[in-house]
Design a protein around this ligand. Structure first.
Ligand SMILES: NC(=O)c1ccc[n+]([C@@H]2O[C@H](COP(=O)([O-])OP(=O)(O)OC[C@H]3O[C@@H](n4cnc5c(N)ncnc54)[C@H](OP(=O)(O)O)[C@@H]3O)[C@@H](O)[C@H]2O)c1
Length: 367
């Protein structure tokens, strides 16, 4: 509580002074393309409904080389997700402060965790910490791994009815004995800041419709592309993975931005041939080093969502995290790559807070 207050005071002071986060960097990194006049929270439209339906003329097939090559030197810029997320979070903190000053309210996020998975505990801890840093109120409920479905539903229903809570996060996956689908159906659509509700996904998929929330990791991937100045419209994109939480919504979002999207999954034959044609590759397979340098077209932009623990006794917890992309090879072929960790992960949290802030603004009719 003390920490949150101190943070808020600092943020308030920073907001008043208009202080922005500095970005120390020693390597060639992409952190943002925005100048001070750019309204970061009013991000470039993540859903392309606002975009005019003007389609670029087809690129010449010669533009795309089907053979891939690796050079010995790093060609890729590193997309610094941690820094971009930090910048978004400081803007969120300013908005939260402005809301508190104007109407005496702050956004509230409820987090529900069932069981004691170590990875889930880490994710939840990071999300709560991010709430504290931005002044968003968080409320954490931990349930025993053996709890009954009714108990989870009761907690969800309580938060559904609580007007000080604007976003509810049910940390997935749930223990196997619980019916995830049934429980998620109870979640209020207006508080589904993860954007997993079928209506949100359905609206994302349909032209002319607006979801209330866009799932955080896919939204973070598109933000990274847009803030790094990567043009999506008319480009060939490949998404590796088709899960409900990452692959599928990412492919829908890229399509909304007028990319031509191919989806690679576990049954895809010759995935490297398909991937090799892409200008943009987003990979979320959960398979370490799946994407090798020779899977990439020279100059491609690579967003690596994969977060895979690899045993490593030299690391503090006996493991380290690695992505789906063979990073050392990719940096010699691609034009830009996200690192793991420090790429998509921090953006997921920033987008969660951004969705929670949007939800609170909607609830209080605060602009
Ligand atoms: N950074 C973040 O914030 C964040 C957030 C969420 C997830 N993640 C990470 O992203 C990765 C994916 O997560 P998820 O929840 O989407 O996983 P998931 O539900 O297990 O889905 C994996 C997808 O990858 C496909 N796949 C598996 N092996 C493949 C292969 N060899 N070639 C091509 N496709 C393959 C699967 O195809 P089928 O559909 O055919 O089985 C499936 O669609 C994980 O490493 C996870 O930790 C990171």
């Amino acid at each position: 509580m003390m920490l949150a207050r101190t943070m808020m005071r600092r943020v308030a002071a920073a907001c008043k002074k208009g202080v922005r986060n500095g970005t120390p960097s020693t390597t060639r990194t992409i952190n943002t393309q925005m100048d001070d006049s750019y309204p970061i929270l009013i991000s470039p439209s993540l859903v392309s409904l606002d975009l005019p339906d003007i389609w670029p003329t087809n690129s010449s097939p010669n533009e795309f080389r089907s053979t891939c090559r690796c050079s010995n030197e790093q060609t890729a810029a590193i997309i610094d997700g941690k820094s971009i997320a930090g910048e978004i979070m400081s803007r969120i903190a300013c908005e939260v402060w402005r809301m508190k000053e104007s109407i005496g309210r702050v956004p509230g996020l409820a987090v529900i965790m069932v069981g004691q998975r170590r990875d889930s505990q880490t994710y939840v801890r990071n999300k709560i910490k991010a709430c504290e840093e931005t002044g968003i109120k968080s409320s954490m409920t931990e349930l025993h791994g053996n709890c009954k479905e009714d108990e989870v539903v009761n907690v969800l229903s309580r938060f559904n009815a609580d007007p000080s809570i604007h976003g509810i996060l049910l940390q997935l996956p749930l223990p196997q004995h619980l019916d995830e689908e049934k429980i998620l159906d109870v979640m209020s659509l207006e508080k589904d800041v993860d954007g997993f509700h079928p209506l949100n996904i359905g609206n994302l998929a349909m032209r002319g419709r607006q979801p209330l929330f866009i799932p955080c990791t896919p939204k973070g991937c598109i933000e990274l592309l847009m803030r790094s100045g990567v043009e999506i419209m008319g480009k060939k994109a490949v998404v590796i993975g088709r899960s409900n939480i990452v692959g599928l919504p990412t492919s829908l979002l890229l399509q909304r931005h007028h990319a031509t999207v191919s989806i690679v999954h576990a049954f895809t034959k010759n995935p490297e041939q398909i991937t090799c044609e892409a200008d943009i590759v987003v990979t979320a397979a959960g398979v370490p080093n799946l994407v090798r340098g020779n899977w990439l077209k020279p100059g491609a932009v690579v967003i690596d969502v994969g977060t895979n623990p690899i045993e490593d006794p030299s690391c503090e917890f006996g493991y380290r995290l690695t992505g789906d992309v063979c990073y050392e090879e990719a940096v010699r072929v691609a034009s830009a790559v996200t690192p793991v960790p420090g790429g998509v992960g921090p953006m997921t949290i920033a987008m969660l807070l951004s969705n929670t802030l949007d939800s609170a603004k909607r609830a209080y009719d605060f602009t």
